[in-house]
Each structure stands twice: as C-alpha cells, then as structure tokens.
Unconditional design. Structure first.
Length: 327
C-alpha cells in the first residue's frame, strides 16, 4: 500500500458479495422454519393452536373452520385458501400471501391468553394479543363480514378485496392499499387510515366516524351516505405526523371526484383537503372545518353548511347550496 491509498487487491469481493446476499435475504422477511409436524397436524386435524407455521405452503388449502388460534403464519403462502369461519385470533400473518383467499367471517380479534395454549403468549394482556396482518397480501380476498377489531393491517395489500359489512373498528390500516376495495356498509369507526390508498373504493353507507384519513387518497371513491362524523382528513408530513407547523412538506387528503353525496361530515376536519369536482350534494357539513380546502368545481348543492369553516377555501366554479355556481 502506498501512502493512504488502499490496496483493493487484498479484498476478496466474491466472498464479501456472497455474505451480503445472504444477509440481505434475511432482512425484512421471516425465517422459513415451518415445523413439519405442526403442518401435518393442521392438514390432518384442521387444528393447530399456537403452531409454528412460518412460511408454510398452503396455497388453495381447504381450512374452513380451522383452529389456528395464536398460530405463527408469518410469510405463509395461503393464496386461494379457504379460511371461512377459521379461528385466527392472535395469529401472526405478517408478510403472508392471502391473495384470493376466502376469510369470510373468520375470527380475528384477540383471544384470552389462557385459551391459547402457547408459552410465548402466557401472561400477555388480552388487549395486546391481536391478529397481525401488516404487510400481508390480501388482494382479491373475500373478507365479507369478517371481524378485524383492532387488527394490525398496516401496509397490507387489500386491492379489490371484499370487506363489505366487515368490522374494522379501531383497526390499523395506515399505508394500506385499498384501491377498488369493497367497503360497503363496513364499520371503520375509529380506524387509522393515515396515508392509505382508497382510490375508487366502494364505501357506500360505511361508518367512518372518528377515523383518521389524513394524507389518504380517496380519488373517485364512492362514499355516498357514508358516516364521516368527526373524521380527520388533514394534511400530514410523511415523516413527522400531522402537518401543523410552518414549512412542513404537506401531504393533503385527496378526494378528487369522490361521491360524498348525502354523507354525514358533521365536525369533520378537512383542513387543506383537496376536493376538486367532488360531489357533496346533500351532505351534512355542520361544524366541519374546510379551511384552506380546494373545492374547485365541487358540488355543494343542498349541502348543510351551518357553522362550516370555509376560510381561504378555493370555491372557484363550485356549485353552492342554493344551486348557483361560484365564480
């Protein structure tokens, strides 16, 4: 080596590259360590409480009414599987592929720890034992009527999934992809939908009261007669939460061309929201905050605007409650 220059001929790049590849393969994914005895037990008895089923290959499996209470299904391949009425309370389905699976009326809420029969859950408070579906692939899955109370679905792929009549009360759906998802008559009361994608989602008659939709995308979504009372649709900073300070890189909630006709938006916080060409006809906006909102060419005909804050809102081309277009 001359001076401070490194002699790169002494480094063994092939070995280092191989080690790097092995290390990378372990980052962000579960270990593939399914217990074959547990897998056999599940397929034979349709029951495997608290089992190690990490990475299990169960594509298209008929697991209707399977007892998987507290099972570890991280990274499991369950595409097209039948999990109707299955007991998945406390199950860990992170990174699992459930695309096209049928989870209609599956049980997802937390169990009582003493019922799990699994040492790792012993002594855990019931409120802390929930089903984990974060980053799960649930594209085109049938989830009608399923209970996801307080379930972690953060970052899940729910594109075109059927969640109609599902109970998603206080569920974590932040960063989830719900594009074209059927959420008709679903209960999302108090859910976390921060920065979620709900473009073209069907949400007629859905209960979205007190949900946090800040920074969400709801372009061309159908929210006709939905309940958004007390919901938050504020701007957010992608790195630091709500955008309530000068100079932050705001990510507004987008509701362009969405159908909110007849929706209940009493007390909703829509400050800075983008509602271009949005249909708000007949909507109840009593006490709603639309400060700085963009409502260009929106339809507010027959909307109820008592005590509504429209300070600095852009109402260019907006059809006002009396039917007159604002210029």
């Amino acid at each position: 080596m001359n001076g401070n220059l490194l002699d790169f001929s002494t480094f063994k790049f092939p070995q280092l590259f191989g080690v790097a590849l092995i290390a990378a393969s372990w980052i962000g994914s579960p270990a593939q360590a399914v217990d074959p005895n547990h897998l056999d037990r599940l397929l034979k008895d349709n029951e495997c409480r608290g089992c190690d089923l990490i990475g299990a290959k169960l594509q298209g499996a008929d697991l209707e009414r399977a007892d998987l209470l507290g099972a570890d299904l991280r990274g499991a391949e369950l595409a097209g599987a039948n999990l109707m009425h299955a007991d998945l309370r406390g199950a860990n389905l992170r990174w699992a592929d459930l695309s096209g699976a049928n989870l209609s009326e599956a049980r997802m809420v937390q169990p009582h720890p003493e019922d799990v029969g699994r040492d790792t859950l012993a002594g855990v408070e019931p409120g802390q034992v929930v089903s984990h579906l974060n980053a799960a692939d649930l594209r085109d899955a049938t989830l009608k009527g399923t209970v996801f109370y307080r379930t972690n679905l953060s970052g899940a792929n729910l594109v075109r999934a059927d969640l109609s009549e599902a109970n998603l009360t206080q569920a974590n759906l932040s960063l989830a992809n719900l594009t074209e998802t059927n959420l008709q008559s679903a209960n999302l009361r108090g859910a976390n939908l921060v920065r979620s994608k709900l473009n073209r989602a069907m949400m007629e008659f859905a209960d979205l009261s007190f949900t946090d939709l800040s920074g969400a995308l709801l372009i061309d979504a159908n929210l006709r007669r939905a309940n958004l009372r007390g919901a938050e649709l504020l701007q957010v900073d992608p790195f630091r939460g709500q955008c309530d300070r000068p100079g932050c890189e705001a990510m507004p909630t987008y509701l362009d061309a969405a159908d909110l006709s007849g929706a209940d938006l009493r007390g909703a916080r829509l400050k800075g929201a983008v509602l271009r060409q949005t249909n708000l006809s007949g909507a109840n906006l009593y006490g709603a905050d639309l400060t700085d909102a963009i409502l260009t060419e929106a339809n507010l005909q027959e909307a109820y605007l008592r005590n509504t804050k429209l300070v600095d809102a852009d109402l260019t081309g907006t059809i006002m409650p009396d039917g007159i277009t604002n210029r």
